[in-house]
Design a protein around this ligand. Structure first.
Ligand SMILES: NC(=O)c1ccc[n+]([C@@H]2O[C@H](COP(=O)([O-])OP(=O)(O)OC[C@H]3O[C@@H](n4cnc5c(N)ncnc54)[C@H](OP(=O)(O)O)[C@@H]3O)[C@@H](O)[C@H]2O)c1
Length: 283
């Protein structure tokens, strides 16, 4: 496994396993167990994914020491704010059946972000979280957070893939010591992702699959990836993506495929944001 070093010195695997949209508890426990058996140690869940319990069970049953894992979960919009985030953190930890978190992320840049961050800074100083970060922040959100707080987020987890490469965000993150973590590294398969011509040609050239070329390209850019699959063969395929390197020329070919636009979640669309902020959840 290759590791990135976060701005607080903590090391994180470049490749992890995401469990968004795996709400069936048995299916989630099964695929996380398969991921752990394959070698994944970074698991990415969230309170709003409704599967923290299943993740916790798979981790516990694996017999792998807790210290070898890198467990990430996230605080949802309804729990933003100082008191709410402290309470949401305790509930997530209880569902995971763990006594500390490796990373806690603000899931969306909405609601009382500053109150939530203050709570997370305290939990970090108390040793209950090894690192704190954010998701879906635009550059001005990050700049605002950094100027007004003591701790710079270790990670900004954002939609990043062939079609939406986040070049400006990556430059800003590099300057400020933040790592980019790519969510939906396969664009959830949209826009015929797995039959993309450039990826397919490179897959042939390197004797790899489209998924493996995409994950190698992202990690070679210094971006952490958390692909999701509920299929054992794909879980293994995705894991085996770090044993080759793309040439500079091929990295450039892929860089030229950027459309600069999101495919999965458009945070500039007020209807999308309104929907996110008003969904009702009971967790
Ligand atoms: N912070 C955020 O706001 C946010 C938002 C979205 C996602 N995330 C995180 O990022 C993780 C990954 O993103 P994602 O789940 O949205 O999408 P993704 O990883 O881009 O794509 C998952 C899709 O690709 C398929 N797939 C996976 N590996 C494949 C392979 N080797 N060959 C062909 N198809 C393959 C999966 O199908 P099968 O499962 O059927 O194999 C699934 O349909 C999430 O699970 C979550 O942890 C975070």
């Amino acid at each position: 496994m290759e590791y990135a070093t976060l701005n607080n010195g903590v090391r994180i695997p470049f490749l992890g396993f995401g469990v968004f949209q795996v709400e069936n508890p048995a299916e989630c426990e099964q695929c996380v167990s398969e991921a752990i058996a394959t070698g994944y140690r970074l698991i990415d869940t969230a309170a709003v994914y409704l599967n923290e319990e299943a993740v916790g069970r798979a981790v516990k049953k694996s017999g792998v020491p807790r210290k070898d894992f890198f467990i990430t979960t996230k605080v949802w919009i309804k729990d933003m704010g100082y008191e709410q985030t402290k309470s949401a953190f305790e509930r997530s930890l209880a569902r995971l059946n763990m006594d500390y978190l490796d990373i806690y992320l603000i899931h969306m840049p909405f609601g009382d972000v500053f109150g939530a961050w203050k709570a997370m800074e305290e939990l970090y100083h108390e040793g209950r979280i090894r690192a704190i970060g954010v998701c879906n922040f635009h550059i001005p959100h990050l700049a605002d957070l950094i100027v007004h707080h003591e701790i710079v987020p270790v990670i900004n987890q954002v939609e990043t893939h062939l079609f939406h490469q986040q070049k400006a965000m990556k430059d800003y993150a590099d300057r400020t010591g933040i790592k980019i973590e790519a969510w939906s590294p396969f664009a959830e398969g949209q826009h015929d992702f797995f039959r993309n011509e450039v990826l397919t040609a490179l897959a042939g050239k390197y004797n790899k699959t489209v998924a493996q070329v995409e994950l190698r390209w992202l990690t070679q850019r210094g971006i952490i990836v958390i692909p999701k699959s509920v299929h054992k063969n794909r879980i293994e395929e995705n894991f085996n993506s770090l044993d080759f390197r793309l040439s500079d020329e091929d990295m450039e070919l892929l860089a030229a495929c950027d459309t600069g636009k999101p495919v999965v979640g458009d945070f500039d669309d007020p209807d999308f944001v309104y929907d996110l902020c008003t969904r009702k959840y009971d967790f």
